[in-house]
Write a protein that binds this ligand. Structure first.
Ligand code: ARG
Length: 259
């Protein structure tokens, strides 16, 4: 055999090997190509978003809802856990595509982001220690020490209370811990989250008093630059409401049908 022929055979084998390697790559491609929806959430807000102790997965009403929405739209949902006050900046910077985080639709936020149609009716309540019998309504919070989560509607409302000293924490559980430790007189936070906390054993140290302070709607936030995504999400929410999936998820987490 001439050197030329050997060289050609070696070259042929090389090309074949490359081709095979390419095939190997291709079998993996469909997964890599699946459309991904990058969703930001502050995952310390049970029962909406929290980490399952055993599986370490993010679970909750919002997590089930966004997964169902993603499925409906043909997207794989990837959750990124971020601080609540960093969610809208992350959206604006293009680091995530959407936010689901028990986020209230407010006029102020609407200046910066688009919101989906409302998906959950909420509002604010307060939690005090069981031993406290002087605070019975929001009026009684004047001049008191109040813990809230930074960047939330609870923080906004607390700041409106006359002479109150408001302490802001990165997460809602940290605000509650401060109440337990005796550092503050009350926590102002979303009602369903307070109820869940008390029902899960928090009622050993704490209770909720007074009426609901506000009425709020949660929405999924997306960038103003991506109006199409907001439309797709709204369409998916409509479909999930029609086909019973939304109700199924609601009942799973709240034990009753949505009103
Ligand atoms: N609903 C309140 C707000 O939008 C609190 C939301 C906090 N959410 C969370 N995942 N920590 O301001």
């Amino acid at each position: 055999m001439s050197k030329k022929v050997i060289a050609l055979i070696v070259l042929g084998m090389f090309v074949l090997a490359l081709g095979l390697a390419g095939c190997g790559g291709q079998t993996k491609q469909p997964a890599a190509q699946a459309k991904v929806l990058r969703v930001g959430s502050d995952t310390a807000f049970a029962p909406f978003e929290f980490q399952d102790e055993k599986s370490k997965e993010y679970v909750g009403f919002d997590m089930d809802l966004i997964k169902a929405i993603g499925k409906q739209m043909g997207y794989e949902v990837q959750i990124q856990s971020l601080n609540f006050d960093g969610l809208i900046p992350a959206l604006e910077a293009g680091n995530i595509d959407a936010v689901i985080s028990a986020m209230t639709i407010t006029d102020e936020r609407k200046q910066k982001v688009n919101f989906s149609s409302p998906y959950y009716k909420s509002g604010l309540t307060m939690v005090v220690k069981n031993s406290n019998d002087t605070i019975k309504s929001f009026k009684d919070l004047e001049g008191k020490n109040i813990a809230v989560q930074i960047g939330t509607t609870g923080a906004d409302e607390a700041k409106k209370i006359k002479n109150a000293k408001v302490r802001e924490f990165n997460t809602a559980p940290e605000a509650i811990m401060e109440l337990k430790a005796g550092g503050v007189d009350a926590v102002i936070n979303d009602m369903p989250v307070n109820e869940y906390y008390l029902a899960q054993g928090g009622n050993k140290d704490a209770k909720t008093v007074g009426d609901r302070l506000t009425s709020e709607d949660y929405g999924i936030a997306t960038s103003k630059k991506n109006a199409e995504l907001n439309e797709k999400i709204n369409k998916a929410i409509d479909e999930l409401k029609k086909n019973g999936e939304y109700e199924k998820i609601y009942v799973k987490w709240f034990g009753k049908k949505p009103q």
